[in-house]
Design a protein around this ligand. Sequence first.
Ligand code: G16
Length: 548
Amino acid sequence: MKNPILTIPTAPIAGMKPGTSGLRKKVTEFQQPHYLANFVQSIFNAVRPTEGFTGQTLVLGGDGRFFNLEAAQLIIRMAAANGFARVLVGQGGILSTPAASCVIRKHQTFGGIILSASHNAGGPAGDFGIKFNAANGGPAPEHLTEAMYAASQVITEYGTVDTPDVDLHRLGTQDVVGMAVEVIDPVADYAELMGRLFDFPKLRALFASGFRLRFDAMHAVTGPYAHAIFEGLLGAPAGTVVNGTPLPDFGDHHPDPNLVHAKALYDVMMGADAPDLGAASDGDGDRNLIIGRGLFISPSDSLAMLAANAHRAPAYAQGLAGIARSMPTSGAADRVAAALGVPCFETPTGWKFFGNLLDAGKVTICGEESAGTGSDHVREKDGLWAVLLWLNILAERRQSVADIAREHWATYGRNYYTRHDYEEIDTAAAHQLMAGLRDQLPSLPGRTVAGKQVQLADDFSYLDPVDGSVSAKQGVRVVLEDGSRIVYRLSGTGTAGATLRVYIEQFEGDPARHDLPTQDALAALIAAADELARIRELTGRTEPSVIT
Ligand code: G16
């Protein structure tokens, strides 16, 4: 009989350096001969234990975007050739990022491959992405992503098998050259976990009492999960979930739950007959957007409010061990941590940096300004989890989102916060701008910016308190005497040109000043941010592409 295992000669392809969250490129780049196979083999080469993958299980799934199914078939063949015993794959190649993390942990597998470019646009002209999550369910830490990149630069061959496609729509087990491919319901394990974290009977009663939620799945992966959980298990009326069918091109939209791409939801929530809670998630289901009737809750505030109220949900009734936030995320969570008497950790941007803190039991809740919040229940940020925690809090407090927010600000003060993104700017100009800022750092302390003295100016460096690793150059911070901040960094998730992110924050303790429009409250700092970095001059842009 012909040996079905094939060894295909190949050569390194440049540019396979994973960014903030895996390798993201244009679909057309992934479709180049050997491109995806080279990277998948580089992952396997980087993570292979000395004893090989014998007896090991790999989890596989993605956000349903264009090229997801072809990629899944290729990875299954390569997993068989590389000696895995079993692949657990979501039906239709679907698994949200948090659900993949849940499955990896629950079934104690070796790890998983997630196919997603998150909130980036899909379709043949859009983006594709691939990331590896380790046995703890979390994104590969930096030493592993570096090892994958190194492997991609010396690769000479990859393994695959010559077999027909697996039927990814049929639940149950199929055989690929001795490897078991188990097609699983992508929602079941995740929904069961949510049922253990939250008070589902109370949430059912909330919906039965007429509470109205509008959840926009943005034609991305959370559709099936949201239908099953909100409209199925919790009895919310049909129509609660909108855009709930995953489409390969996300209906030609960016599945990015922000005020630009989820504007339709925002408009509904600002309208006369708005529901009680509006929420959305992104391409792969790890981000969330929260809008109360008439009030948008910034992700940084949402993290702080969830942390302050988490004890109202069964899973967190015993309190929090600690909170973690990424550096550019506002200090609102720090104030909650101080009041709770628990530590607050400040990490670089990238969920992977929370993994060690969660594994070591140092933190229970984490969050980022980029619309990500999560807890120690999995090792990814989790969009639906955040919505369910908000629902649990609303069911317990029986107040509106806006009332909860105003009470929160009255108690802790308000950290006015905005992020300005300049997308797809010239890469050379972006690097020039960052270099210019770094050059200014030594001379900034003591200077006056926006009428206040600069207290600290640095390029953020993180010392991981668990494994002692250091991650340098994680964003330029300019901190003023009253704690106001301007932070600059280049995004690590874009696929075209460079994206400059400018994060601006100012604390306001006076409740009489808690209802200002955010951009007005921050106007002086916004102007100073442009001046310091010469944004208009160097990028040619007169305004940001996205304001959050
Ligand atoms: C990823 C990371 C997040 C990060 C975000 C934005 O999210 O997991 O930790 O905050 O990218 O990163 P950047 O500012 O470098 O573009 P996602 O939802 O895209 O996987």
